[in-house]
Ligand binder design. Sequence first.
Ligand code: AMP
Ligand code: MG
Length: 342
Amino acid sequence: MSKNLKPICLLIITMALGLLSGCQKNVDTANRTEEILGTIITGTVYGAMTEAELSAALDSAFLRAVELENIFSAKTSDSELTKVNETAYTAPVRISDELYLVLERSLYYAELSNGAFDPTLGKLITLWGIGTETAAIPAADSLSAYINRHNYKNVILNEDDQSVAFINDEFSLDLGAIAKGYVADEMKRILVEEYGIESALLNLGGNVITIGSKTDGSPWNIGIADPDEPTSSIVSIQITNQTVVTSGNYERYIEEDGVRYHHIIDGGTGYPANNGLVSTTIITDKSIDADALSTATYVLGLDASMELIESLDNVEAIFITDEGEILTTSGISEKVKVLSGE
Ligand code: AMP
Ligand code: MG
């Protein structure tokens, strides 16, 4: 049975709203919820503007998310990504600025994580179908037909004509582990640059991005889902103007014979990643980075992930192991509160 993140989104938003109850009198608020890119997106903006002005800002931000869905969706037949998947192995395809940027970052994180994050796992991801109606454990022969065909090094980007080409037709692109992060950054950019919003919270199915602080100047409190009880928070983290992105084994999965098969695939085995972690959270400035790294660290497992994140400037992480242990990187321990029993 697949699950979606609605309860978790609601929980995080409810926490944030509850903490905002002391906001100043002249500050108005507007909020919106829509399903875009297969995820529930909720936005709440605050400011010394009329509600109509705040709503107009949200309109633009959500419109941008729909525009980007038409580029990145691997599921709709007329998205730009689908067209690239259909033709890039025959000849280079000129692509939009947005797709080029996200592909460039994808290849960067694929290299950085030694292929743990790999945008070329599309065929394997479609075979498993986790999160769709047809999700099932693939038969051994179909799995072996798809395994080891992915390789991010077979995607060639050419900056001169802004094109992408595939070296062969053995793989397809899936940007599900990074696109939402980019969408979050773009929604934030529009709210800040085009509408002057100084305080807002956006939640894209558990990927949270904030603008500024709460209207009383205090940091946002973001709850991280308890993997065993995803409608409750297990940890809360204080942030200002940053993003918090979690990958977890409870987000989309099927269960068979008591084994959970979730949506994050380990390209090395062809199976859902099973390296000792059940939840990885990245805290940094840009959601595109946090999204790619949350998936990469989930696949890498605790030790390699700790080392990777500690080596990066201004990036922090919270890991939850399959034993229920909660570990954080050194720069964030003081901002993390464990909410045992809540
Ligand atoms: P996230 O929830 O950000 O960790 O992203 C998971 C989604 O990214 C899945 O639903 C797939 O579409 C895709 N995906 C799964 N495994 C990987 C992987 N190892 N590298 C890159 N993308 C992946
Ligand atoms: Mg991700």
